[in-house]
Write a protein that binds this ligand. Structure first.
Ligand SMILES: Nc1ncnc2c1ncn2[C@@H]1O[C@H](COP(=O)(O)OP(=O)(O)O)[C@@H](O)[C@H]1O
Ligand SMILES: [Mg+2]
Length: 310
């Protein structure tokens, strides 16, 4: 048996394909027989609304079933379990091969949770502030230890486009991070910056964890960068257009792993994608570009499984 692998999909930048990647990788993994849980940690709730319609969310999920509710219940007399929030998109059935896709919905009010968590940091003494740091940053990691979640093969977390406390919660809870990026100059800088922020978070967290429990008993974190996935790539004659290649090489030169699979840009397709629909990878592409993108997503998932050792 493999243990659950928790993977956060992160990038400071919005609009780089985090949510699209999370939904499609999750859907394809479930199609291949994996038990998959997606967690929408972005207050914009794009992942949630890619899986269910806004009316469905309002009627069935908004009040009681979002990750916001889970965070808010933490200090209450009856804290919620993450498994109690698990939702199935009505039109995505479980597969006969055992494949399952569940998700935990988000809520616009998650913005306030981020601010609230930030106010719980700090403290009267340096010691107290280190204790608070750990308590706040490991909240999601603790929640994910729930027995009912051990049936999942993969938990994918769709993060907001920032490096705030909620995103750090996801990273602390993760075995690996996946970084979707566009191939352009700013993205190259952004990934370098993101790597440094990751190292800083891990160093701080582990330092405090060691102070708390000692070298032998501390639960250190060590999230690995699974790789950068280049998205929205323009192709010409079967190759990424020449102008993009230097950026792809630059990321590799930073020592950051890069997925071989590239995802091409298919503007028309995504522009028309309705909310509450099927992730692209579960639909047969209509145009040649769509078909190629589906194939690329499938290849990406094979590479993803290989890198996870699954
Ligand atoms: N390969 C692609 N080709 C064209 N458009 C894409 C592609 N992937 C995602 N998009 C579109 O780009 C926008 C941003 O994607 P999204 O996954 O929401 O990014 P993020 O989560 O990083 O903000 C969305 O409208 C999405 O439909
Ligand atoms: Mg998103």
């Amino acid at each position: 048996m493999f243990s659950v692998r928790v993977v956060s999909v992160i990038n400071y930048k919005g609009g780089v394909g985090k949510t699209t990647l999370t939904a499609n990788v999750g859907a394809e993994l479930a199609f291949r027989g994996k038990k998959v849980l997606l967690i929408d940690l972005d207050p914009q709730a794009s992942l949630t609304f890619s899986l269910v319609r806004p009316e469905y969310w309002q009627q069935n999920l908004e009040a009681e079933k979002t990750i916001k509710k889970w965070y808010e219940s933490f200090d209450s007399s009856s804290p919620l379990s993450l498994s109690s929030l698990m939702t199935r998109a009505p039109h995505i059935k479980d597969y006969p091969n055992g494949g399952v896709l569940r998700f935990i919905p988000s809520h616009l009010g998650l913005i306030n949770v981020d601010l609230e968590l930030a106010t719980e940091l700090g403290g009267a003494s340096l010691k107290q502030s280190k204790i608070n740091y750990l308590r706040v940053h490991r909240r999601l990691a603790e929640g994910l230890k729930e027995e009912a979640l051990s049936e999942f093969d993969v938990i994918l977390i769709d993060c907001p486009p920032n490096f705030n406390v909620v995103t750090k919660n996801a990273i602390v809870a993760s075995d690996s991070v996946l970084i979707p990026a566009k191939a352009d100059y700013l993205s190259t800088l952004g990934i370098d910056h993101l790597q440094r922020s990751l190292r800083e978070l891990v160093a701080d967290y582990n330092e405090y964890a060691q102070l708390e429990s000692g070298e032998d008993n501390a639960e250190f974190i060590d999230p690995q960068t699974l790789g950068v996935v280049f998205t929205m790539i323009q192709f010409y004659g079967g190759q990424p257009i020449a102008a993009l290649r230097p950026y792809i090489r630059q990321i590799a030169a930073l020592g950051v792993p890069v997925f071989d699979s590239l995802l091409r840009e298919a503007k028309t397709l995504f522009a028309g994608s309705p909310s509450g629909g099927l992730p692209l990878v579960l639909r047969a592409g209509k145009t040649p570009t769509e078909k190629q993108l589906v194939k690329e997503l499938e290849d990406l998932v094979s590479e993803f499984l290989l890198k996870l050792g699954k």
